[in-house]
Design a protein around this ligand. Sequence first.
Ligand SMILES: Cc1ncc(COP(=O)(O)O)c(C=O)c1O
Length: 405
Amino acid sequence: MDIKNIKSEFPIFKQKVNGKPLTYLDSANSSQKPKAVIDRISNFYETEFSNVGRSVHTLAVKATNRFEDVRDKVKAYLNAKHREEIIFTKGATEAINLVATAFGEKFINKGDEILTTELEHHSNYVPWHFVRQKKGAVIKFASVNEKGEVDLDEIKKLITNKTKIIAITHISNVTGTIMPIKKIIDMAKEKKIPVLIDGTQGAPHIKLDLQDLDCDFYAISCHKMYGPNGLGILYSKKKWLDEFPPYQGGGGMISEVFKDNVTFASTPTKFEAGTMQTAEVVGFSEAINFIENLGIEKINKHENEILEYGIEKLKRNNSVNIFGDPKERGSVISFTMKGIHPHDIATILDEDGVAIRAGHHCCQILHDKMGISATARASIGVYNTKEDIDILCDSINKCKKVFNI
Ligand SMILES: Cc1ncc(COP(=O)(O)O)c(C=O)c1O
């Protein structure tokens, strides 16, 4: 596969949007899917479909084996230590809710502290807010500066003997800040504090070795990794999963059920209640193949070239203010234009077939801190080219004309 011509692997780019070729700059929201992933899902439904982990007929056994093979594949991809550390969820949101609920239930009491940052997506704040409400815990926020960075010294000071968990993002979905997660994990380890990484924006772009990183939890969105919608992964060190109470009750997650008592399966089954996303899990295997065939480092290098080109070009436009200026940035450029609401920018760009996102990107705390309500965000995936950035910039100039600025 040639990274320069990778768009041809994605059927969605064959169509026109509003009469123009699709310029998709919304991968931080959800990535497009390569044909191999789409074909694998449709082939699975056409020839192999069955529910998993239940019946003993041939299709069911095969489907269960396929499903479990993907768990092994994800374990290898992330370099997790045990296959039981990989839990399939409906997204990163559910992965974080699982940890917050189970960890909160078992290990957090009144007055205990949860340390997070002002950069977090609502998915890595609201679940902890529930724990605060339920248990009387305290949430502490490491502050973010104008550049979109956090200060390690401040984080060190915010860690106290009441800190029970640290929950931070790997890469900000607004400023693109690549967080110093290894340093934070090492700092936390000295005090034996577990760390959850919201890896939603990290996993699609950065090589991961979770044994080396040594975080306790890492949440992944498969739909941002060229994989199917409705699928996420929670990586958790096994020792936590063995201790956690179940997150949801239902079929599959039990050992025995009596009128007066229920016992539970061991991990990972204990955390996968009900019918799972069979075709999506099987399809995700092809997304990993896609990434591995190209090489995540090569993908990262390509995206960085497009990102740098985009930042340089947008910086030359006097009407554009880029939001944040972190030293290390992932594939996200959020911006505002004086006198034009971000939703108007996104609407005008859409007329040119340019898909971006506008709003607070589920990061209201960060936007409040910066004193604005919304930004426009262009985010880059493996299929983007410098030409896409040129089209984006031309369309931004059209906004200036429409609004006469
Ligand atoms: C940083 C971050 N965390 C969490 C999420 C939620 O992920 P999911 O859609 O898989 O639930 C997103 C999605 O945009 C995100 O960008």
